[in-house]
Design a protein around this ligand. Structure first.
Ligand code: FRU
Length: 480
């Protein structure tokens, strides 16, 4: 008989010290004044100052959406992780709240949020401790509670889930949800260098029981699966995750790490997940990772880190680095593909409408934050150049019907392309922010790519057909 006993490593109260919280907020207020605004995004969440990576704890609590993020306020590179915090009533306009989690002996790695039976917002996150001995770190699951959605107190009995069943130190990014009488959580891990996702359940968020290995690489699916998420969608189950170490295959899996999904069937009786499709990427751009979802009023909402590990972040020299994508909603199509669309609330940011007929060779100067709706003929080539009105970086977005692929090319030798089957009448939706492009060629082909243009967007039609562009200036919806 194997007995699993969860022994908390430190039972002393780790209530976050009020003084250090206030000092941090005072530091942020001061330091953000020195941020250079040239690449600053106006409707995407980024840190007021410093570094961010994964979105965390995406949730809805007492009438407001909450979004947290992996945060290091003291430098524009990764450091001991905090949880930054923003909140919104409509997912389009965001307000900064005080930093929710401050690292103490544990760094506060990624995780999720649920509303418990006492109407508290509960954060479940990975506490990462560095050690002096091989494997040099341990990862366990921690809780923090809030009665107001603003101030969080770490649970005294942390950690609530000490270690993976096989003892792997890689044991992180809990995504919790409620089903029936239990809380469930999926956690990213690995077994002998094969990425896997573990499933647990609990009656009270405190006592956890290991249920199953929900999915595991058979050798070609990476060495570690980060940031898992698991949910029902349109009658199937979706295992969303971010595997590390997938090898590129043709046009696919070109990023250092991928974010994608496996569609399958699942039973809450056997806790077995049976894939019916292979792993697929969910976004084909350069900068998309660690996506996470939440369900509110029957709508499955997704947000991701608009970034990637080991990339250069040109904004780092300006005092900040990293951002979130816009929020997208998910559905499944009849080919078992995830369809990802901008949420309708994004339309609330629309201001003046401009209609442009862009003839071959013509350019048009737009602002820094615009939504473009592009139409033309898919039977001919389409090519649009996006560049800064004052220079900086640029990207070409193109479609070649003879090849059947949409391509985004920043002229840096690292192009991204994917097959696209256009409907007879098509409309590309393109969200431009100061230094980013999100291209929706329909919900099945989406590219999220940072492009560091300067001084607003100049868009040129490099194809021989005339393209019609409707454009809306977008309101600034996040202020730091
Ligand atoms: C994913 C990730 C997570 C981890 C966090 C640390 O990008 O590596 O697995 O919890 O970032 O910041």
């Amino acid at each position: 008989i194997t007995l699993t006993v969860f022994v908390p490593t430190h039972s002393k109260s780790v209530k976050q010290d009020e003084e250090s919280k206030q000092e941090l907020e005072a530091y942020i207020e001061e330091a953000k004044k020195n941020v250079n605004p040239r690449y600053r995004l106006t409707y995407h969440v980024s840190a007021p100052v410093g570094w961010i990576n994964d979105p965390n704890g995406f949730s809805f609590y007492r009438g407001r959406y909450h979004l947290f993020y992996q945060y290091y306020p003291y430098d524009s590179k990764w450091g001991p992780m905090h949880w930054g915090h923003v909140s919104s009533t409509d997912l389009a306009t965001w307000e900064y709240l005080p930093t929710a989690l401050i690292p103490e002996e544990e760094m506060c790695f990624s995780g999720s949020a649920v509303v418990d039976d006492n109407d508290r917002l509960v954060l479940m996150y990975t506490g990462r401790l560095n050690t002096d001995e091989d494997p040099f770190f341990t990862e366990s699951q921690y809780l923090a509670f809030s009665d107001d959605g603003v101030n969080f107190t770490k649970y005294e009995g942390n950690p609530v889930l000490q270690s993976a069943p096989n003892g792997s130190p890689d044991f992180r990014d809990p995504k919790a949800w409620r089903h029936g009488d239990y809380w469930y959580v999926v956690i990213g891990s690995q077994n002998e260098g094969h990425g896997r996702v573990l499933l647990y359940r609990s009656p009270d968020l405190i006592q956890w029981e290991f249920l199953s290995v929900l999915g595991e690489s058979e050798g070609d699916m990476g060495y570690m699966w980060e940031c898992p998420d698991f949910f029902e969608l349109d009658g199937k189950y979706v295992l969303l995750m971010s595997p590390q170490g997938l090898e590129a295959k043709g046009d696919r899996f070109m990023n250092l790490h991928q974010t994608g999904y496996i569609i399958g069937d699942f039973s809450y009786d056997t806790f077995e997940f049976t894939p019916i499709e292979e792993f697929k990427e969910i976004d084909f751009g350069h900068d998309f990772y660690a996506a996470t979802t939440t369900e509110v009023d029957g709508r499955r909402l997704l947000i991701a880190w608009f970034g990637m590990w080991e990339r250069e972040f040109p904004e780092a020299e300006d005092g900040w680095a990293g951002a979130m994508t816009i929020v997208r909603s998910l559905k499944l199509d009849d080919k078992n593909r995830l369809i990802m669309e901008p949420i309708s609330e994004m339309e609330s940011l629309r201001q003046d409408l401009t209609q442009v007929k862009l003839q071959s060779g013509d350019s048009y100067d737009f602002g820094k934050a615009v939504e473009l709706l592009v139409t033309g003929s898919v039977d001919e080539k389409i090519s649009l150049l996006f560049e800064g009105r004052d220079g900086g970086a640029f990207a070409e977005v193109s479609w070649n019907p003879a090849v059947g692929k949409v391509v985004i090319d920043r002229n840096d030798g690292d192009i991204r392309q994917v097959e696209w089957e256009p409907a007879d009448s098509f409309e590309w939706r393109i969200f431009l922010d100061t230094s980013s492009i999100e291209l929706f060629c329909g919900g099945e082909v989406v590219f999220s790519t940072r492009v560091y243009a300067l001084g607003g967007w100049r868009v040129s039609n490099r194809s021989s057909q005339t393209l019609n562009i409707r454009s809306y200036d977008l309101k600034q919806s996040i202020f730091s």
